[in-house]
Design a protein around this ligand. Structure first.
Ligand SMILES: Cc1cc2nc3c(=O)[nH]c(=O)nc-3n(C[C@H](O)[C@H](O)[C@H](O)COP(=O)(O)OP(=O)(O)OC[C@H]3O[C@@H](n4cnc5c(N)ncnc54)[C@H](O)[C@@H]3O)c2cc1C
Length: 384
């Protein structure tokens, strides 16, 4: 069964309308206020429903190999449109999906029924907590320990670089239920749903260079029932990686959205600004820049299409996803850097669009698997 193209076209148009209207509404707000406002804007037009599977209160997708999944094509369509206008709208959109997907995949029926429709409606803010001070690219290094108690678990340790820390209502947390840090984590890690209101859980925010609510979490003997466990004991790494496999292509789509805005800004600036008695766009060197920006961006867009289609068809798509994430995020950084150059001094003046885009795109090469990790994945597929 194929995905109805008119559904994607409608979604694309809706995301564009929301992003255009929402962009000015977020201006001047502090980060927490902007994050909550962005979520409210997305919820009002039911865009967040695309982050949750149809079976659990999400948008009616159709055409997926598994109706309990989210459509990566839909995530990509929405993210590229949102990112074109606002990094905050983009991050608040996708975190609802990333943080709640482990519940859709591994939560009990009761937990899914209680939480997922509320995530889709923007009434509950989700977060996804894997990274620790000593475990980033290598999740086998996770130390946060979950000890078995009568009827439940006791979590002790720390997480860092957690998007939505401090504003989330719940965290999907990867914890160690056996073995030791450095053991690869294949059968020794387990995921849990942890309400933000849990006793012993403390969130502390910090700032990164782009607009992004983020911080660290301390778990000081946090107690959760066994009903909060997501998936089987020892299968947490698999669940975490399955979540990343589903959402990673959408990072590439967001990168393309930022890059397309940067290209449009560059074209307008080079045509509108004159130096040495002629428009900057009359200089061949700068025209070549625009041509190369366009060609590289289109290549990245096609890679995202290829990956999103393959994942939605239920294919393994490891190479396709790694290529799309690597090329789109690296390309976006390069394009935004060229755009800054085209603006001259204005390119680095706080408040200009290209200055923001330059900061917005940088983290995309790091989170959900760095560029180097995408190369390792791709090389493993090619060689081993
Ligand atoms: C804005 C932002 C939002 C984030 N949101 C979340 C979130 O919501 N939840 C969450 O759990 N995490 C989140 N992260 C964390 C992110 O996933 C990690 O930063 C990322 O996985 C890299 O881990 P690290 O920072 O520990 O770097 P490290 O793993 O220490 O890597 C440092 C450098 O070494 C390279 N490297 C590592 N291993 C190898 C190798 N074998 N070969 C070659 N090079 C290698 C890396 O590519 C990188 O360049 C976020 C990060 C950022 C910046």
């Amino acid at each position: 069964m194929s995905f109805d193209p008119s559904v994607l076209a409608d979604l694309d148009a809706l995301a564009e309308r929301v992003a255009r209207a929402g962009e000015p509404m977020l201006e001047g707000l502090d980060e927490t206020a902007a994050a909550k406002k962005a979520l409210a804007i997305l919820a009002e037009v039911e865009l967040l429903r695309w982050t949750v599977p149809e079976a659990f209160g999400g948008a009616k997708t159709g055409g997926l190999s598994d109706a309990k999944d989210v459509s990566v094509r839909a995530l990509c369509a929405a993210r590229s449109r949102l990112a074109y206008r606002s990094g905050m709208l983009d991050v608040m959109f996708v975190m609802q999906g990333l943080g709640s997907y482990p519940i859709a995949r591994g939560g009990s029926d009761a937990l899914r029924a209680e939480l997922l429709p509320r995530v889709a409606a923007g009434e509950r803010i989700a977060a996804f907590a894997l990274t620790e001070p000593d475990a980033g690219s290598d999740l086998g290094g996770v130390r946060l320990r979950a000890e078995k108690r009568a009827g439940g678990w006791r979590l002790t340790g720390a997480k860092t670089f957690i998007s939505n820390a401090g504003i989330a209502h719940f965290y999907s947390v990867l914890a160690r239920t056996s073995g030791d840090a450095g053991d690869g984590g294949k059968s020794s890690l387990t995921m849990f749903h942890v309400p933000a209101s849990s006793r012993g859980l403390v969130a502390e925010r910090f700032e990164v260079i782009g607009p992004h609510p983020i911080g660290e979490l301390r778990f000081d003997g946090v107690e959760v029932d066994d009903a909060e466990r997501l998936g089987a004991v020892g299968e947490g790494l698999e669940l975490a990686l399955a979540t990343l496999a589903r959402f990673r292509t959408s990072v590439a789509a967001a990168a393309n959205g930022f890059a397309r805005r940067a290209l449009d800004e560059s074209i307008a600036r080079l045509k509108g600004r004159a130096q040495f008695g002629k428009p900057l766009a009359a200089n061949q060197g700068l025209r070549f820049d625009l041509a190369e920006m366009d060609a590289r961006l289109r290549a990245a867009e096609l890679l995202v299409d290829e990956a999103a289609n393959a994942v939605d068809r239920g294919e393994r798509a490891v190479k396709e996803v790694a290529r799309a994430k690597l090329i789109a995020t690296e390309t976006a950084s390069w394009i935004c850097d060229r755009a800054v150059q085209h603006f001259g001094g204005l390119g680095v003046k706080k408040g200009t669009v290209v200055e923001r885009l330059f900061r917005d795109t940088r983290a995309l090469r790091i989170y959900e698997g760095t560029s180097e990790i995408q190369k390792l994945i791709l090389a493993r597929e090619l060689v081993d």
